[in-house]
Design a protein around this ligand. Structure first.
Ligand SMILES: [Zn+2]
Ligand SMILES: [Zn+2]
Length: 252
């Protein structure tokens, strides 16, 4: 398998990228479980394991990625990228060193944080809610505008509402086979699919590059508005298996 950040071949023994140094940890793409030491298949579903990008809190903070990591005592509950809740959790945007800047045109969202699997993507991972109201709003949108591609790493199961809110420059959204649910309906980016966005720019279509077959995608739960945007040509589906495009006419 290739590194999702720099596309170099991973060392199969260490699961490290020899070029950029990124760390990967095995994860079950079917149920998001991280296997115990020495396990070669998923103890829950028997499925085969894939390397998931595993970042430290410090790396995520430096990359401007926000994460909600709820815990209580020694238990860690479902972890989300994004989210605005503070109750009892570990919230990256409160840490020193949080950059508040999306790192580059191509953003790779990890599927583990320090060995804990990340379940889903919630509200906007580059901003906090307060930045979308009042005078701060224009600056928040401007900061996200340069993002052209977002790669959701293998292991993440859910893109919840507002997951990609305000990513107006987005051209490619790379989605893992592990995805079970796409609740983000892209309404904020396309409105009725015809009108230019608030800044006078007509939003280009987004290519959804899904790492599975069309039959696999049919099992992913999506909103009815999602298919409306596919029909309007705002969203284009592309299916890839082992890096090869298998069928990508964008229709259903
Ligand atoms: Zn790399
Ligand atoms: Zn499994």
């Amino acid at each position: 398998m290739k590194c999702e950040i720099c596309r170099a071949e991973l060392d199969p023994e260490t699961l490290r990228c020899g070029v950029c140094g990124a760390k990967y940890t095995l994860i079950c793409p079917d149920c998001g479980l991280v296997p115990g030491p020495g396990e070669t298949s998923c103890a829950q579903c028997g499925g085969s394991l894939l390397p998931g990008l595993d970042m430290t809190r410090a790396e995520m903070t430096a990359a401007g990625l926000k994460c909600f990591m709820p815990y209580s005592g020694d238990r860690v509950y479902k972890i989300y990228l994004g989210g605005n809740l503070d109750g009892g959790g570990h919230v990256f945007h409160n840490l020193p060193g949080y950059t508040h800047e999306p790192p580059q045109e191509r953003v790779v969202l990890p599927s583990l944080v320090e060995g804990h699997p990340i379940y889903g993507i919630w509200n906007e991972f580059f901003c906090v809610g307060d930045e979308f109201i009042g005078e701060q709003q224009a600056a928040a949108y401007a900061r996200m505008m340069p993002i052209r591609e977002i790669v959701v790493s293998e292991g993440i199961q859910e893109c919840f509402t507002y997951a990609f809110f305000g990513c107006a420059g987005l051209e490619v959204l790379d989605l893992p086979r592990s995805l079970k649910s796409m609740k983000n309906d892209f309404y904020d980016l396309f409105m009725d699919g015809k009108e230019p966005m608030g800044n006078g720019v007509k939003k280009c279509p987004i290519t959804l590059r899904y790492h599975g077959t069309e039959a696999d995608w049919r099992k992913v739960s999506v909103t009815s508005r999602f298919w409306e945007y596919v029909d309007l040509g705002c969203l284009r589906l592309e299916y890839q298996v082992n890096g090869d495009q298998v069928n990508g006419d964008g229709s259903r």
